[in-house]
Structures are given as C-alpha cells and as structure tokens.
Ligand binder design. Structure first.
Ligand SMILES: [Zn+2]
Length: 1210
C-alpha cells in the first residue's frame, strides 16, 4: 500500500500493474454547497457520476404535486417522491428495508473529499450482509454507492479516525467521529472478509446478477452519460459502466416490488417507485420493448415472491431467523423445515444440499408449492427448533450480530452434527424408529416425523404392507400430503451424525389409545408455578371439556366450536389427584404439561373426577406402563431416571405413587416394579436429582422439568416418612423393623452391653426427647454415633418409643399374652406364646423377635452390665405392655420370652452362638482399645471409599467382626450395583495419606482389626487392583517362591526428629521364611534378616524421602515378641515397575501361601451375596452411600476411562 497522503483522493483505482487511475476527475462540478442551493436527492453520487447541470429538474415538478397527495412522505425532504400508480407497493416499515437483508450497522461517516476539494462528505452508511452502501441522508432509499460485501478484500485502520475499505480495484476511505466508532466499523466489516474467501467451493461472485435477464447501457434522464443497467431477479441495478459492473461496484439497486413501468414518448419509459421516478431512454424502440418487458417481469417476480415470503411469515415464528434471530428471514432449508436469514443461508449452503436444501423465499418461486408453504406453517421455526435446538448452551447460541465464524460453527453443530437436537426416545434403535415412522406418517403430526427422521428413521424403510411399500406411499394413502412432502424432500438427506456417541436406550413406541370423554369441569387459569394456596370456587370457571383423539380441549360452553385452549395427551407428563377438599371444589386434579404448565380442574362430584382421571391417565400412559393404572394413585407420570449400571444416559420411566409405594414401569424391565418408600435406606435430594436407595438398588430420578419434579419430590418425601403412630406406619428396614428400633439396638449392642444398669438408668430427659423427635421426623437420617449420644439416652429412647407406640407391640392381643402367664405348664405356655407370636402382624412380629433377641444378648452379659433376666423383665414388662407397672404379668411375659427365646422363636443355635461370639469379640476389642482412646477407636462404623477419597464417594459401613476384605468389597460393589467382570480385580486397599502408601488387603483378611489400626490419616478404599493380573501371571511362571536382586534401600532413622540417610544399593534375598539384606552380591553374611511374616509391605514411598525411582515399597517390621515391641520402617526402591511388582507379588505369595486371589472370584461373590443377611453381615445393615449422581458418574467414568492413571501414581 502506498503512503497515506494518497488517500486524499476519493478513491484509488488499482490496476494490475500497480498504476492508479484517477477516478475523481469529474467531481469538480458536482460540489454543490449544501447551504446555498436546495439539495435534491441525487441518485447519482456526486463524486462518482456525471450529472447534467439540469440535474433533476425534469422530475421536480412532479414532486410537488406528489407531495400534496402523499403527505406521509413529506418529511423526507431530501428525497424526490413520485406518485405510485398501479399495484399496491409493499411499503417498508420504518427501519426495515425490504429489499435488503437486515442492517448490521449504520451511521454517519465522512467520506474522503474528492480530489480538488477539502470538504469531507457526510454520508449515511449502511452495512448489511450483502452490501455496504452509502447515502446522502438516512432517509434516502437509493444509495450513492453500493459495494457488495463479497467484493471487499480488506479493511484497515489508517489513523485519525479513518479507515479504508479495499475492494479489488478501489479503496474507499471513511472517517468516523471517534476512534471507537471507527473501530466498531472496522471490526464489523472485517467479519465479512477472509472467511468467505477461504471457504472451499465458495463462488467468488462480485456482483449479484448471476442470471440477469437483460443488461446494457440505458440513458437516465438528467445524467450526462448512460448508466450500465442490469435487470436481475426482482431488482434493477445501476452501474456507472460495464467495468464497474464486472467489479460489482454499483450505484444503487431498485427493488422492483414497489416498481411500476410506464411507456413514455418515443424511446423513453419510466420506472416509478414511491420514492422516485427513473426516466429511462433506450437506444432503439426494440430495445425499449425488451427493457420494459424485462422490468415488468422483474416486478411480477418481486411481487410473487413477496407472496411466498408473506405467507411463510404468517407464522410469527418464521419472522425471525431460526438460527440467529434476525428479522424477516428470506431463506429456508426446505428439507429441515427452518427459515433463516441471508447470512445464515450462506452457512447452510456450505453444508451442501444433502444436508440443507437452501431456497429463497423470494427467488425460488417455483419450489414453493402450496404443500411446501403449508409444511412451513405446520413446522415453522418454533416447532422445528424444538427439535433442532432443544439443547443449545447459551454460550453457543447465535444473535443477529454473530460473526460468520460463529455462525458456521453453530450451523454445522446444529444440522450436520445434530448436537442440539432433542433425541427421540427411540434413538439408536433402527427397527423401532422405522416402525414409529410408519405409524406416524399416517397421522398429521409432521413434527414427530421430523424428530424421527432426523434421529435416524429411514424414510425409505420397509413398511411391511405389500401395497404400500414405503412411508411416503403409506402417508399418501392416508391423505397426509404434508407428510409426503416432507418425506420426499428428505429422501436423500444425510442424517446428523454426532461426533460424540450418545448412548440411548430404546423405548417401545406404542401409539396411545384413543380415549373419548367429555363433560363440564371447573378450571382455573393455567400456571407455571406449583399451587400452594387453596383456590376458592370463584377462581374456577366452568368449561366444557373434551378428550378426543389424543387431544384435550376446553371450551367456553358445549355450544362453542373453538376451544379456549387445550393440550395434546402426549404433552402431559404428570397427573395429580389432590386430597379431597384441597380447593373450593372438593375434588380436584392437576395436569402438568411438557411445557411446564399446570392445569387445575375441580368438581364437586367424586365420580366425575374419578372418570376424568381415569380417562386422562389412560390416554397418556403408554401401553407398556398401563399396569400402573390399576393403582389407586395420587400421582402418575413420566420421569427420567438413571441407575448406577448406566449413569451415562437417563431413560424414561413411568411412575405412580399410591400410599407409601412408588410403582414403576421402567423401560427395559418387564412389568411393574415397586418401591416401598418407608423401607428406603436413604432418600436424598441433590438439586435436580432425587436418590432413592433400597437395599441392592439405587434409583436416581432426574428433574427433567422443574414443575412436576418438585411435586414428585415432595410427594415421595411425604410418603417415605412415618405416616402415623403405629408400628407399621414407621419407616421400616428391609426386615420390617422400625428403623428407630434397629438403630437403637445396634448402638446399644456395640457400645452399651458393658454399661452397668443398662436400661434401668435414666438418661438426660431433654436429650431423650430431642432424639426421639429426630427419629419421628425422619428416622432414616438419624445416625447414632459414640461420643454424640450416651448409651442411657439411647436406651431410654427405645423404651419410650415402645411405651408410646399406638396399639403397642402386642397389638390387640396384649391381654391374651398377659393371661398366658397363668398357664402353669411350661411347654403349654411356650406353645401358646408361639401361637400368639404367629398371629401378630408382620411388623410387630419382626420387631418383637428382634427386641427379644437383643434383650437375650443383654442378659447374657449380665456379669458386666448387672442386668439379668429378671431385671430386664421388670423394666420391659410395663414398657412393652404400656401398663403402669402394677400388673406383674407384663414382666412375666417378657421374662418368659427372654428365657425361652431360643424355643419360642425357633432360633438357630449356631447362629446365636456366632452372634454372641461376635459381641464378645467386640467387647474384647473395645477393652483393648479403650486405654488408647484414639480418635477412631471403638468406632465400628467405618468409612469406606469407592475409587477415590472424597466425601461424596464415601460409604459408611458397619464392620462386623467376621467380615473379610472380600466381603467388604462385594458389599460395596453390590451397593453400587457395579457390574464386575472376572478380570476386574476389585480389592479393598488400606491407604495411608501420611506415608503416601497403599496396601491391598488380602481377600481373606479380616477388616475389623485393620479398621481399628487405621490412623487418622488412613482410610479404606475399594478399587480395582490393576497390578493383580500381572502379579498372578508372574507367580504362575515361577517354580519356587524366592527372589533376589539389587534394590535401593533406605532405613528410617530418626535423629532429633529428622529423618536422615539416603538410598543405597543393597542385595536382597527373599525366601519362604525370611528377607535377607547383603551389602553386595558377593557378601556371605547378611547384614540384616527379617522373618517374612512380620513384614507388612506397602506400595509407595513418601516423596519427602526423595526415592530415586517411583517404584518403591515401604516395609514395616513389627517384632512378634510382645515383651519387646519393636517397630521398624524402611524403604525399597526398584528400577522398574515390573521389578517392583515381582517383589511385591513374591512377598504376598509367601505370606499368603500362594493364594493371592480366590480361584473363582465371581462365584465367591455370588455365594457371598446369596448368603442370608444375618450370616453374611453379622446382622448389621449397611449405611448407604452418599454423594450425588454427578460425582458418582465422574468417579465411575474416571476409572473406566483411564485405568493406567492409577499405575502412574504408584
Ligand atoms: Zn440468521
């Protein structure tokens, strides 16, 4: 580029050889001082055009007469207006410019002065997607310059608020009022250069008239020289000359939808528009005829094209670009069902016609058949976008000012990848999709067809009907012309292919049954929020309601033909039956729609309501879930759910809530399933996910829509709580025991059996009351912990619970129990107790059995707690029979039950012994631990993590004395419903954060002693043992269990609290009895020797010690001799991971006699699982996991994705 002073020229013409041709030589006489001479709207640019001295005088008289008639335009002083005759013009509204795509930027700029002048010209500059134009004033319709944006090759700042716009042969220089204004122009213009050129296959079109009807020089009266005129489509373009035409730089364009052509004298003819008349003179009569004919055709074209656009725009959603929101979009993808703006059209075109068949609403008149127009009214941007743009992240959404690059990214993602589309529930199941398509094309629902086709349904699939072999023939047979149209347009469409694989699960597509019902109901206005207050009768209006053909409509009266409103059955997501007398009308129900609206209907007649509820439910519940309809539900509907087996994608399930049972029809399970909400192990809510934990199953219900989800959450929480004061109305365990009873008994068993006078001592009244209240509110959420609760408070909570429970533990039969004590024959008495026990209700039975078992255990340890059989009976008699203590029979019953516990309850002696052994073990362990009083001591509830230590991945497990590491692992995997493959070596690790080490527990290792030896910075973690396979392979290849070799060795020596020493090479020999250390290979005598069984080997060495490699082992030696408690810790470093693995495997193999892994792990898991709860778990229950679905999914995903990550951390 040349020096800047050259920009003083108006424009610089560029020629191939770099010479510049002065284009401003004719400007001199065009300088009309604006203040002195009235300014006419000069069509022709003063700096670019030749202008006769006469100027526009020939048209001026007409102007005056016109102004009188057309006053609305009189404000436009600078324009010359002429009357319009003939057809109605399409008068543009303010700020909308029908002949051009929407303006992207406009404003006043100074254009550099023509040569010889110093006066900058004030110009109104407009930029749209197609053109950069400038005008004399903001009111002008016809520009002085029109520069296609496609011909702009560069835009640059040139200082002093100036910028230049470079085209192939010229440079236009502008000056803004400020730098910031200038920068805005430059930035917005730069968006048009570059990308368009770089795009492959993009035609470099400098002028818009690719298919012009006629072009050539025409004289325009008032101008000295002829203008090169082009009639093209619905526009007429004026150029200064043919060269300019070639370069695409014109003066103005005339939109012909407002034009009219009039024959004048001789070779003259007029093109009139509401803004101006152009007096043309052709060269010959013949040419005049041709010109006039071409212009009339152009007008016809323009008008007919507006017809299409106006029709399409009749649907309000089509008045805005489906992609960026720009108003009055003039383009459409006829196969995708969307209307969009010119700029987006460019991006659509680059997708290729196999994805987007782009047509103009104005120019491609012929394609716009009635059916196609109708299709666009039925689909339209709104409904099409409900599919195409169902999941657009706000950060990716377009706006009318988005750049080309943003548009390209978005449009590719939207239509080529289908990234934002709403996945059809059948996505991924070709057979079901095709089947659904065949069913659907027989109806008028084109939106559904769109969703099916663009989720993969094959438009050419086999219908199975011999005479109607394809979906479009099938549609035609059923008279569904729009379906035919849509299918035809998409015969060869490429279906979006997601880059990211979406795992979807099929749902059976069953057309809903057509239910018909009608009658009067009372209805309130629909709302977007839950109803919290009572609605009085005045707030309801009487409506005639009709349910027919999958549509529910309500009318002003039964005489009206036009409904006031309604909704499609398939839009209903939930139906709720309110308890009677919730509102002014005694019986009411609520309908929730997909679009998060709530409709409330009421009636005074319970029968009317029942019928409506039944009919509505029937018509929106799919056949596979219709079993649910048999329930006396308070709430029924559709929810998305996940289970831990497949956290990646959620599926649709149908749920209904009846009393405290949640009935469920899940997609892939056959038939109905139900969840007893009162028996949940856990019910927690994490923002939009409700987690229901049953034993062996966890269900995540997702809040797909806020409105109905919140209703479900509240209802499920209500149903999961205690529903009353009887035993069976409490929150229950799997074993039908009230949660409160079980929790108290567990606590007392673990911490209270040695407490003197247990159950007789009184606790702190306020604490007892508070704890009891907490249990009553939500027993499931109360966890008793040592230190937080005192044993005596807990024993009193249990007693008070039994004393207060409605109907009592013995229910109505209490007198029979009491009178049984009168039976003197012991065996008769016992059999009568058995009889009475068997006739108790389920929950009472289980509870009584559990309680007596507990009391039996308590008295077995009477020498520790001083509560013998008799003492316990005195306390529990009146409590259980809820008497005042004067009836001694109560105590006698309890005494009998405890004394004859084994016989009355048919107790397995072996199991009982085991239980007592366990208790003994616990007591012993506590005795040993108590002097130490470490923070974790005595806490039998252990926190175990899955995969990763974080709060949300933790599980609280009560560890029975007998539990092995394998059992703990199985338990945790079961709880998560983790599917386990044979070669997934799931293992429980002891992790020390302080030492930065980990040790896989041997599968037969008892967990409880480990739990009690864990320091504060240690924990248990269940994860896959990625080294196990390699270790097993290595060991299998070995003949004898020995290993020797060089290792880097370091001893932990503490000097004044500082660790000293460094890693030194030592030779090691490991055999089945000992590990020996030699100074080097040649040494005869070992420097040190340790028995292998006294070594605990951990993987890892803390970084603080600066191990020379990352393949280290930390070895702890604990001497066996109790009198000389010695503990040493030292470190071994290997050169490779394989080396380390081999050493480690050899250690373990020696210590475990070659049994590193159970031969049939899967089987042992199954055995462990099928064993009865009592034997397997020592009669303790698991405390369920916490953590939300997201975090669980992350942790699951993390280990699936990169198992090696764990190795790298070693
Ligand atoms: Zn757009």
């Amino acid at each position: 580029m040349d020096s800047s002073d050259e920009y003083e020229e108006t424009e610089t013409a560029k020629c191939g050889n770099g010479d510049r041709i002065d284009m401003a030589d004719k400007d001199t006489f065009l300088q009309i001082p604006e203040n002195h001479k009235p300014r006419y709207n000069s069509l022709c640019s003063d700096d670019e055009l030749l202008e006769e001295d006469l100027g526009y005088e020939s048209v001026a008289p007409k102007r005056d007469s016109w102004i009188e008639d057309y006053t609305p335009f009189s404000s436009c002083q600078n324009s010359i207006y002429l009357p319009v005759t003939g057809h109605e013009p399409c008068i543009p509204k303010e700020d909308s410019d029908p002949q051009h795509t929407p303006v992207i930027k406009m404003g006043w700029l100074y254009k550099n002065p023509p040569q010889g002048s110093l006066i900058y010209q004030h110009r109104w500059v407009k930029l749209d997607a197609d053109y950069l134009r400038y005008f004399d004033s903001e009111k002008d319709v016809y520009s002085k310059r029109i520069i296609p944006t496609s011909s702009i090759t560069g835009v640059a700042n040139v200082g002093d608020q100036k910028f230049e716009v470079v085209t192939h042969n010229r440079i236009f220089l502008f000056r803004a009022e400020s730098d910031s204004e200038r920068n805005e122009w430059v930035s917005v213009l730069q968006d048009f250069i570059g990308p368009a050129r770089m795009r492959p296959g993009h035609e470099l079109t400098l002028n818009p008239c690719v298919t012009s009807e006629i072009k050539g020089y025409l004289e325009l009266r008032g101008l000295r020289s002829k203008l090169y005129t082009v009639v093209c489509g619905d526009k007429v373009f004026l150029y200064k000359n043919a060269e300019d035409y070639k370069m695409g730089i014109g003066i103005t364009s005339i939109d012909m939808n407002v034009g009219n052509v009039k024959d004048m004298d001789k070779r003259a003819f007029d093109l009139t528009t509401p803004y101006r008349t152009f007096n043309f003179v052709a060269e010959t009569d013949q040419l005049k005829e041709q010109w006039m004919e071409a212009m009339r055709d152009s007008i016809a074209e323009a008008l007919s094209n507006y017809e299409v656009a106006e029709k399409i725009w009749a649907e309000p959603a089509n008045q805005k670009c489906a992609d960026c929101g720009t108003t009055k979009p003039e383009w459409a993808a006829i196969n995708l069902g969307v209307v969009f703006c010119k700029r987006c059209a460019g991006e659509h075109r680059s997708l290729g016609p196999s994805i987007s068949k782009v047509r103009s609403l104005k120019m491609d008149k012929k394609v716009w058949t009635d059916n196609l127009i109708q299709l666009f009214l039925v689909l339209g941007n709104e409904r099409a976008n409900q599919f195409w743009a169902a999941n657009v992240p706000p950060s990716e959404a377009l706006s009318p000012t988005s750049s080309s690059e943003e548009r390209r990214r978005y449009i590719i993602a939207k239509y080529r990848e289908g990234k934002y589309r709403r996945y059809h529930p059948l996505f991924g199941n070709q057979g079901e999709l095709d089947n659904a398509l065949c069913i659907n094309v027989q109806s008028s629902d084109v939106c559904e067809t769109l969703a099916l086709v663009f989720c993969g349904a094959d438009v050419n699939c086999e219908t199975g009907v011999p005479d109607l072999p394809s979906p479009s023939v099938l549609a035609a047979f059923h008279g569904q012309n729009l379906q035919v149209e849509f299918l035809t347009l998409n015969r060869n469409t490429e279906i979006p292919r997601s880059e990211t694989k979406v795992a979807m699960h099929p749902e059976h597509y069953i057309p809903l049954p057509s239910i018909t019902h009608n009658g009067f109901l009372f209805k309130t206005a629909s709302m977007a929020r839950p109803i919290t207050e009572r609605k009085n009768k005045e707030e309801f209006s009487r409506r005639w309601c009709v349910l027919n053909d999958g549509q529910f409509n309500y009318y002003e009266s039964d005489k009206n033909a036009t409904p006031n409103g309604g909704l499609k059955m398939r839009e209903i997501v939930c139906l709720v039956v309110n308890p009677p007398e919730t509102h002014g009308y005694d019986h009411s129900f609520e309908i929730y729609s997909d679009a998060e609206r709530l409709y409330l209907f009421g009636t005074d007649n319970p029968e009317t309501m029942r019928e409506w509820v039944k009919s509505i439910a029937k018509s929106f519940i799919p056949a596979y879930a219709e079993e649910l309809l048999q329930q006396d539900f308070e709430r029924i509907g559709r929810l998305r759910y996940k289970d831990p087996l497949n956290l990646e994608s959620s599926r649709v399930g149908w749920f209904c809530l009846a009393a405290s049972t949640l009935h469920v029809c899940l997609e892939d399970s056959h038939g109905q399933d139900s969840i007893d909400l009162q028996k949940l192990l856990e019910l927690s809510r994490d923002s939009e996910v409700l987690v229901l934990v049953e034993r062996g199953r966890t269900l995540y219900i997702e809040g797909e829509r806020k409105l109905d989800f919140h209703g479900w959450v509240a209802a499920i929480q209500r149903a999961a709580g205690s529903s009353g004061d009887t035993l069976s109305q409490q929150q229950l365990t799997e074993g039908d025991i009230p949660v409160i009873v079980e929790r108290c008994i567990h606590y007392i068993t673990q911490y209270g059996l040695t407490s003197e006078g247990i159950y007789r001592k009184s606790g702190v009244n306020s604490k007892i009351a508070a704890l009891l209240e907490a249990f009553r509110r939500d027993a499931r959420s109360v966890w008793l912990k040592e230190g937080e609760q005192q044993v005596d408070d807990v024993t009193n909570v249990l007693k008070r619970f039994f004393r207060d429970i409605e109907e009592g533990l013995f229910s109505q039969e209490a007198p029979s129990w009491l009178s049984t004590t009168a039976v003197t024959d012991e065996s008769k008495r016992i059999s009568q107790y058995q009889h009475l026990f068997n006739s108790l209700p389920r929950v009472n039975k289980a509870t009584l059995r559990t309680l007596v078992n507990h009391l039996y255990c308590v008295q077995r340890f009477a020498e520790l707690n001083q509560m013998n059989l008799h003492n316990l009976a005195i306390v529990f008699g009146p409590t259980l029979f809820q008497t005042d203590g004067k009836d001694y029979n109560a105590g006698r019953v309890v005494e009998d039950l405890i004394q004859h516990y084994v016989i009355i309850f048919h107790v397995n002696q072996h199991q009982l012994k085991r239980q007592l052994d366990e208790i003994t073990y616990i007591i012993k362990l506590r005795d040993n631990l108590n002097p130490k009083t470490g923070p974790a001591s005595g806490d039998f509830i252990c926190t175990v993590y899955l995969e990763e230590k974080k709060e949300t991945a933790e599980q609280h497990v009560k560890i029975p004395a007998t539990m092995t590491a394998a059992e703990l692992t199985f338990e945790i995997l079961d709880r998560r419903k983790m599917s386990v493959k044979e070669k997934d070596y799931w293992c429980c690790f002891e992790i020390s954060e302080k030492e930065e080490t980990e040790r896989p527990l041997h599968y037969q290792e008892r967990v409880l002693p480990i739990v009690h030896s864990l320091g504060v910075d240690s924990h248990l973690l269940v994860k896959k043992h990625y080294n196990m396979e390699a270790m097993l392979v290595y060991l299998a290849s070995k003949v004898d269990m020995t290993k020797h070799g060089m290792l880097k060795f370091k001893e932990e020596r503490s000097l004044l609290g500082l660790t000293t020493g460094s890693f030194n090479d030592r030779y090691f020999m490991l055999n089945h009895t000992s590990l020996r250390l030699y100074k080097d290979v040649r040494s005869n005598r070992p420097e040190k020797e340790w028995p292998v069984k006294c070594l605990k080997v951990y993987q890892g060495i803390k970084k603080k010690l600066r191990p020379p490699t990352c393949w280290g082992l930390t070895v702890v030696y604990e001497s066996e001799k109790p009198e000389k408690q010695e503990k040493q810790q030292w470190y071994l470093c290997c050169d490779t991971q394989t080396e380390m693995r081999e050493w480690f495997a050899t250690f373990l193999s020696i210590q475990q006699s070659g049994q590193l892994w159970p031969a049939e792990w899967g089987k042992s898991r199954a055995t462990s699982r099928s064993a009865p709860l009592d034997t397997r778990m020592g009669n303790v229950s698991l405390i369920p996991l916490r953590g939300n679905e997201n975090e669980m999914r992350n942790s699951v995903a993390a280990f699936i994705a990169d198992p090696l990550a764990l190795l790298r951390n070693l």
